[in-house]
Design a protein around this ligand. Structure first.
Ligand SMILES: [Cu+2]
Length: 644
């Protein structure tokens, strides 16, 4: 039996995220149908996205089947379950035990784990040995355990918890890492399995607070105001956004955070699709220090923690500046109740310098245009680190993803004068190990239609010949990536390498297939060896550009359950069948790595650093699509006179 509420009769788009009401109903139905009890911990409740054909064929007003995907653990039995609940039919469609799966570590576990470690006599003894007696000031972060094949670990839900200590309740605790101490915690039993103590090192001597009361405030900054007196140029209609020629829907999942759906650009009255779906499909942060309290630091922040669940509530004038519109995100708490993350997604416009210009120096005639971009963003805090994800849409058809990394570096304490070779000293007796942040973005491409092909484009120099007598010739050469086996590529900036996704059956006015290219930005390869646990578990980071044939179950770069997984899941397994990629439904997976040799300037809180990539039209349009952007109006003279 289902209760019909106002919520359940409203008109949905098939990609609308679950409402709070739907999340609550999904859990109630599941709990009742399966007699689930108090030992259940809800990991996530998210929209079950309908099949692509359903979404693409959807017309406003069509009936929409709503369903929820639930992941939960039974802590008493130590088992993980996946459920599919039909909200439309009021039935539990499936309920499946997933053997060996350890889903993401969730907030309740953060807090319960901290309490369990604090109460453990072995940990307390280790803390006393370091001169700490007020255990309430300890911060114990549940670092994912990884999978190193250690005896007794298989099948248990574990974390390797690390400790820091505040000097007072409002102190920045990350200033005082407790060196050489790891608490291995079983999260199902919520018991400390063992405490590993590799020897006492004194807590670092200095505070590292960054409030203005401590850091001071410079006084020479004049106000800046971003004013849009007539409001923003975008429209928000439910989860659909329209801005300039762009149109998209904004989803949000507990795992990936912001999801872009059905991104199109209107061209000559036609809605031309570019992306069916885009999201950050996983990330991993391998650290380079081999010692006992560092080697396991390999956080998969998406698959092991969930950047959606950890999204910030953003504040106007602080996180975003200008004429802002926000969308809330609704996730579930760990008891299955809906939890609203207010202002999780930020929408605003930015002036972005010059769009195009030419000054005719013979006649003095000038045309110049300002570039405006739409910014769609969210920020997640994962323990000590912040990740800001900014999708930009430009008037010339460019899409960009910029990830901003900030927050507090993962660190350790060292003895006075000690300088470990695997990192840098950032403050007296505070050490930051070298590490990398690898992000993988899943781009379900739909360039002017679902059937696409992928090419790698390298620029090569011609050999000297009768045709090239002055040795100056060079050309761009495109190579078709025929199958998944050949579509696992690395960047090559010295070859000007990029990749393009084209629609072979749609031609521009020059007779060429329309396309979009992926332009890599800064990037790097992992330094962890090929046999390292993290390399096996994050196979996606060993190649920058992957293409797979669309499969609805292939959603995450490191597989469905990377936490404690022994390795091989995700992209390396998706490409095993070497499926043909010609003129078919393609998914591009791009890996980009931020290489972080820490600096004293990253302390105590690190200035945002950024990394990302762009998607640019290549023959998608017949010419510069932004010629019709109006001349800028002088904002400062009030006369509205145009720049000439
Ligand atoms: Cu870093």
């Amino acid at each position: 039996m289902t209760t019909v509420t106002a919520e359940s009769t409203r008109t949905f788009h098939p990609l609308d995220p679950l409402t709070a009401d739907e999340i609550g109903r999904a859990w109630e139905m599941l709990r009742a149908a399966r007699s689930l009890h108090a030992s259940s911990r809800v990991i996530s409740i998210a929209l079950h996205e309908p099949a692509k054909e359903v979404v693409i064929g959807h017309q406003p007003g069509d009936p929409v089947a709503r369903a929820a995907e639930v992941v939960l653990i039974d802590t008493a039995a130590g088992k993980t379950y996946e459920a599919l609940v039909s909200l439309t039919d009021g039935v539990v469609v499936s309920f499946t035990h997933v053997p060996g799966a350890q889903p993401a570590i969730v907030l309740d576990e953060f807090f319960e784990c901290e309490a369990a470690v604090r109460a453990d006599p072995r940990w307390q003894e280790a803390m006393r040995a370091r001169g700490v007696t007020d255990f309430s000031l300890a911060m114990i972060d549940p670092w994912s355990a990884g999978n190193f094949g250690f005896p007794g670990e298989e099948g248990r839900r574990l974390v390797r918890a690390l400790t820091w200590v505040r000097r007072s309740p409002s102190d920045n605790g990350y200033a005082r890492p407790v060196a050489n101490l790891v608490a291995v915690v079983d999260l199902h039993a919520m018991k400390v399995v063992r405490v590993e103590d590799y020897g006492v090192v004194a807590l670092p001597p200095e505070d590292a607070n960054y409030s203005p009361e401590v850091a001071g405030t410079r006084t020479d900054l004049k106000p800046i105001e971003i004013r849009q007196p007539e409001g923003p140029s975008f429209e928000v209609n439910g989860r659909e956004i329209r801005w300039q020629r762009w149109r998209m829907r904004l989803g949000f999942t507990p795992r990936e955070g912001l999801v872009l759906h059905t991104v199109t650009y209107e061209d000559g009255g036609r809605e031309r699709p570019i992306l069916y779906r885009a999201s950050v499909a996983d990330m991993v942060v391998p650290y380079g220090d081999p010692r006992p309290t560092y080697f396991h630091r390999n956080a998969f922040d998406v698959g092991e923690y969930g950047i959606g669940n950890l999204a910030n509530s953003l504040e106007n004038g602080c996180d975003c500046l200008g004429e802002i519109r926000y969308l809330d995100a609704v996730v579930s708490d760990n008891q299955g109740a809906p939890m609203t993350l207010a202002n999780a997604i930020c929408l605003h416009e930015e002036d972005c310098g010059i769009l195009w210009k030419h000054f005719d120096w013979r006649t003095g005639y000038t045309e110049v245009r300002r570039s405006r971009r739409l910014v769609v963003s969210f920020i997640a805090t994962v323990g000590n680190y912040e990740y800001g994800f900014y999708w930009y849409f430009y008037q010339d058809g460019t899409i960009q993803l910029e990830v901003k990394l900030t927050g507090i570096i993962s660190n350790g304490a060292v003895r006075e004068g000690e300088r470990p070779p695997w990192g840098e000293i950032v403050a007296p007796q505070v050490y930051g190990p070298i590490h990398q942040h690898f992000f993988n973005v899943r781009l379900d491409m739909m360039v002017d239609g679902p059937e696409n092909s992928a090419y790698e484009v390298n620029t090569v120099a011609d050999a000297p010949s009768a045709e090239n007598p002055h040795h100056n010739a060079f050309r761009a050469e495109a190579t078709l990536l025929r199958s998944e086996g050949s579509a696992q590529r690395l960047i090559d900036p010295l070859a000007g390498r990029f990749w393009k996704i084209v629609n072979p059956s749609r031609r521009n006015r020059l007779g060429d297939p329309v396309g979009y290219k992926l332009l890599p930005g800064e990037n790097v390869l992992p330094f962890a060896g090929p046999e390292a646990s993290v390399t096996r578990r994050a196979g996606f980071m060993t190649r920058h550009f992957w293409v797979t044939r669309y499969h609805p179950r292939e959603r995450y770069a490191a597989g469905d359950y990377p936490n404690q997984h022994p390795g091989g899941a995700g992209l390396p397994s998706y490409v095993l069948d070497d499926a043909s990629l010609e003129n078919t439904d393609l998914v591009v997976w791009y890996t980009f790595g931020a290489h972080h040799v820490v600096r004293p300037e990253d302390w105590p809180v690190m200035p945002a650093t950024s990394i990302g990539f762009m998607l640019k039209p290549v023959g998608f349009f017949d010419r510069n699509p932004a010629l019709d952007v109006p001349r800028p109006a002088h904002a400062h003279n009030g006369a509205g006179c145009e720049c000439r």
